[in-house]
Design a protein around this ligand. Structure first.
Ligand SMILES: Cc1cc2nc3c(=O)[nH]c(=O)nc-3n(C[C@H](O)[C@H](O)[C@H](O)COP(=O)(O)OP(=O)(O)OC[C@H]3O[C@@H](n4cnc5c(N)ncnc54)[C@H](O)[C@@H]3O)c2cc1C
Ligand code: SF4
Ligand code: SF4
Length: 341
């Protein structure tokens, strides 16, 4: 039987507004036929019309196989499985850290110890705040790029192809929001041969808690510039805490009610019910921990080994436990909100 191909993906995901924008299909298409165009509220990728399967009848189906929005939706859960929960923070200074800097500390330690060769993640231009999908191989670059990108339109996983196929890294860590983590889980468990090189190269997946993401152009160039007279270079840090908190370089803070930002939320986020990145090796968020620390849900033995290595290297400190009620409350609110749509 022919594998499902990009035409099925287009009909089921792109044209129905379900695409999360994770970029997995862009990464794995062996013909490089799928891409994202730049612009405001780009909701899904496009194809150049060529497809190994559909055009030449050569077995493929890679894009369909790893899309997190094809087939049955992942069952909604709040906390998911875990080996351990902890409040953690970096044991060294990370100026741009989002919460406790634990994610950066774990990855920097892994790079320095040679446990991984590269990190696939999302960084931003600090002047324009424009995000991009990158491969980082040095801990000092990773430390410089700490912090969360909420205005995220970039297909994060698009950089995976470059990491696996062109640069041939075989020990990769990926940091991603839950939809990207779900795509990686599909890669890791798929029986599609074209996905094996990716599956064999991903050593660690760190998932970031996520309620929603905002379209870069709509939020930064639209709402904040037009209504709040804020230029991106004036912004030091964005944080979502029941509202969008904007810390400026001059020390002042502007709060924007989330209700005002509904039109900036990416369309595919409206059907997402995963707050805590249920399929990651380690999930990280701010809710559930005191300010200045990161909540870690350590889900797998692999995740535990990386956390332990960072603690051993004195790059990370951890305190057992986290406020699970607070995490469950936020996760349940997300499930309720997005199950309705
Ligand atoms: C879009 C988004 C929404 C979030 N929503 C919530 C929330 O509602 N509640 C909550 O508790 N936590 C949320 N988080 C997680 C939180 O903001 C922190 O990322 C988390 O607490 C880890 O903090 P840290 O200081 O350990 O990370 P840091 O040490 O600062 O490291 C963060 C790492 O994540 C990478 N990164 C940043 N943005 C992205 C991105 N968009 N995709 C992939 N990698 C990225 C960076 O490159 C860096 O390596 C969200 C994060 C994001 C990106
Ligand atoms: S959800 Fe990800 S894999 Fe699926 S169509 Fe969108 S970008 Fe591609
Ligand atoms: S809310 Fe869901 S779909 Fe949207 S970016 Fe976060 S994980 Fe992806």
């Amino acid at each position: 039987m022919a594998q499902k191909n990009y035409l099925d993906l287009k009909a089921e995901v792109w044209d129905t507004g379900k695409c999360s924008g994770c970029g997995a299909c862009v990464a794995v298409c062996p013909a490089d036929a799928i891409s994202f165009k730049e612009g405001e509220m780009v909701t899904s990728p496009v194809s150049n019309g060529y497809c190994k399967q559909a055009t030449d009848n050569v077995r493929c189906g890679a894009c369909y196989a790893m899309c997190p929005r094809t087939g049955d939706a992942r069952p909604a859960e709040t906390l998911g499985n875990s080996i351990e929960l902890a409040c953690a923070k970096a044991a060294f200074d990370i100026p741009h850290k989002q919460s406790g800097g634990a994610v950066t500390a774990i990855l920097a330690s892994a790079l320095d110890e040679g446990l991984i060769d590269a990190v696939v993640t999302v960084t931003e231009d600090r002047f324009t705040l424009k995000p991009s999908s990158v491969i980082i191989t040095k801990s000092d670059v990773l430390i410089q790029q700490a912090g969360s990108r909420y205005s995220w339109w970039v297909p994060l996983l698009a950089a995976l192809k470059n990491a696996v196929v062109e640069r041939k890294f075989r020990r990769i860590a990926v940091v991603g929001v839950p939809c990207a983590v779900q795509a990686l889980a599909r890669i890791r468990t798929s029986d599609n041969d074209l996905l094996k090189p990716y599956a064999n190269s991903i050593r660690l997946v760190i998932g970031l808690f996520c309620t929603e993401t905002f379209d870069y152009t709509s939020l930064i160039r639209g709402k904040l510039r037009t209504h709040y007279k804020l230029e991106p270079h004036e912004i030091r840090k964005l944080d979502v805490k029941g509202k969008l908190e904007i810390q400026k370089n001059d020390g002042s803070v502007t709060n924007v009610p989330l209700a005002e930002l509904e039109t900036c939320i990416r369309k595919g986020c409206h059907i997402c019910t995963d707050l805590t990145a249920l399929d990651a090796d380690i999930s990280a968020g701010s809710v559930g921990s005191p300010s200045g620390t990161t909540t870690l849900i350590i889900r797998t033995k692999t995740g535990k080994a990386f956390v332990d290595a960072a603690v051993r290297q004195q790059k990370l400190t951890t305190t057992p436990g986290a406020d699970t009620a607070a995490i469950e409350k936020l996760a349940t609110a997300k499930i309720r909100k997005n199950s309705k749509t």
